[in-house]
Design a protein around this ligand. Structure first.
Ligand code: SAM
Ligand code: SF4
Length: 326
């Protein structure tokens, strides 16, 4: 098992399978100096499989494919097919654009835990946030998942003055549908124009919901969950808040991250990463490298101070979310 020096067991790996995307969300893609890695620096399907299999041998039980946009990877289905052989729980985070193309195959392969990013229920605003005129398509694809009997999670990055006026609409969306809306606090990344004042916190969201007269039930969260979940009495779906900025969830963290170029990060906020791809290409054993990396994991926030301290903002502002994988 991959246990760190604080006795946290790491059994969940998030893999960014590509650093490229067909959207350019304002909070994710840097507004300047946006360059992508050349193909030869990225893991091939085979390399990705070999590295992932090693993690599974070391106790990883859940894998989430993310990016960039995972569904634009030319070998996306081959990756899912290969990872399916590992007998682990497979999950996906996507912007939803190509879900109609893949959904039947994904269901066949047992990949049914799907998170879709959708930050607004207004078409014009969607275009402004993502740079793509695709609101109707994403909405249709979410409906398609529901028609297939899935209960997708909808990731909403809340930004004050941009979409915080839609909190009620998002919660109302859960009235008739078994969807799980997850409000994510806006985080600083390279050139994404983050400002602490733009972050919408849990208390504010609950206040808005209560002022609307919603009767909220607090749901039990999974021990390793990063979110606090609620349900409005009588509603079919649920909503949750992921408070990465105001209230991180390091105590029970079981997550590791693998970047598209084969680097292991033991925390979203990590200041160091371990290259696994080069040693793998050189025929070396990557097991000790993985174990060492996990042992070096800091107790809280990758060893950085909280968001009130500019040091953390400075550090994160030099990283691209699209490289790390959300
Ligand atoms: N392209 C896919 C998608 O959009 O779902 C997967 C990759 S994306 C980087 C993964 C998640 O990170 C998304 O839910 C996205 O909303 C979130 N994310 C990106 N930038 C963020 C930021 N600055 N703060 C908080 N969440 C962010
Ligand atoms: Fe692309 Fe997802 Fe980032 Fe938006 S959040 S730019 S869809 S990777």
């Amino acid at each position: 098992m991959l246990r760190d020096s604080y006795q946290r067991v790491h059994d969940y790996l998030r893999i960014s399978i590509t650093d490229k995307c067909n959207f350019s969300c304002t909070y994710c893609i840097p507004i300047k100096n946006c360059h992508f890695l050349p193909n030869e620096k990225l893991m091939t399907v085979d390399e990705l499989f070999q590295i992932t299999r090693t993690f599974v041998q070391l106790g990883v039980r859940k894998i989430r494919l993310t990016g960039g946009e995972p569904l634009i990877h030319p070998d996306f289905l081959s990756i899912v097919e290969k990872l399916h052989q590992l007998n682990i729980e497979l999950a996906l985070t996507t912007n939803g654009y190509y879900l109609d193309k893949y959904i039947s195959e994904l269901i066949k392969l047992g990949l049914t835990s799907i998170n879709i990013s959708l930050d607004t229920l207004e078409s014009a605003k969607f275009l402004k946030i993502t740079g793509k005129n695709a609101f109707e398509r994403i909405y249709r694809n979410i409906q398609l998942l529901l028609d297939k009997g899935l209960h997708p999670k909808i990731n909403v990055v809340l930004i004050k003055g941009v979409n915080d006026n839609e909190i009620i609409q998002f919660i109302e969306w859960t009235k008739q549908l078994p969807i799980h809306v997850r409000f994510i606090e806006y985080m600083p990344f390279e050139a994404n124009q983050w400002n602490r004042n733009y972050v919408v916190e849990l208390d504010e969201i609950l206040k808005v919901a209560q002022q609307k007269g919603f009767s909220l039930i607090k749901l039990k969260d999974h021990i390793n969950s990063t979110s606090k979940s609620f349900q409005v009495e009588g509603f079919k779906g649920t909503f949750a808040v992921i408070s990465t900025v105001s209230n991180p969830f390091c105590d029970t963290c079981n997550r590791l991250r693998l970047t598209a170029d084969g680097k292991l990060r033991n925390c979203l906020f990590a200041q160091n990463e371990t290259d696994l791809l080069t040693p793998l290409r050189n025929g070396l054993d990557i097991v000790p490298l993985i174990q060492q990396n996990v042992l070096m994991k800091f107790k809280v926030r990758g060893g950085l101070p909280d968001f009130k301290n500019p040091e953390l903002n400075n550090h994160l502002s030099k990283r691209k979310m699209i490289e790390i994988g959300g």
